[in-house]
Design a binder for this molecule. Structure first.
Ligand code: 5GP
Ligand code: ZN
Length: 118
C-alpha cells in the first residue's frame, strides 16, 4: 500500500477512486493527463506515495524525484516531444500556483517553450 493522505485527490487517482487518463504506470509512479492542459502534451507525474511537495519527496531519500525525472523522459518520448525538448515543473507552495499538495511534476511539451515564459 502506498503512503496515503485522506482527502488527497492524487492519492485517490493512485487508488483508482478518481478516474484519470493514465499514460504510464511504474512500480512507484503514475503519469496521467492534466484535466486542464496548458500545452498539447501536459502530463502530471506523481509518486504513488504521498509527499506534499518536491522538497518533502527529496527529504524522504527514496529516489522518488529520480523516478519522476526518468518517467518524464519516457512519457515525453512516447508523446513525441522529447527530441524538441520539454519542461518539467514542480510548483511549490500556493504563491507559485501549487493547488494539489501531493507532489507532481508537470511535463509540458509540443509547443514553443520559450524562456523566460511570456
Ligand atoms: P498545481 O497547480 O498544483 O501545480 O497543479 C495541479 C494540476 O492538477 C493542475 O494543472 C490541474 O489542472 C490538475 N488537476 C486538478 N484536478 C485534477 C483532476 O481531477 N484530474 C486531473 N487529471 N488533473 C487535475
Ligand atoms: Zn496524496
Amino acid at each position: 500500500m502506498a503512503l496515503r493522505e485522506p482527502d488527497c485527490l492524487f492519492c485517490k487517482i493512485v487508488a483508482g477512486e478518481v478516474p484519470a487518463e493514465i499514460v504510464r504506470e511504474g512500480e512507484r509512479t503514475v503519469a496521467f493527463r492534466d484535466i486542464n492542459p496548458q500545452a498539447p502534451t501536459h502530463v502530471l507525474i506523481i509518486p504513488k506515495d504521498h509527499y506534499r511537495d518536491a522538497a518533502a519527496a527529496g527529504r524522504a531519500g527514496r529516489g522518488v524525484l529520480d523516478e519522476i525525472a526518468v518517467a518524464a523522459e519516457e512519457v515525453a518520448k512516447a508523446e513525441g516531444v522529447a527530441a524538441n525538448g520539454f519542461r518539467l515543473v514542480f510548483n511549490t507552495g500556493p504563491g507559485a500556483g501549487q493547488t494539489v499538495f501531493h507532489v507532481h511534476g508537470h511535463l509540458l511539451g509540443g509547443r514553443g517553450l520559450e524562456w523566460p515564459p511570456g
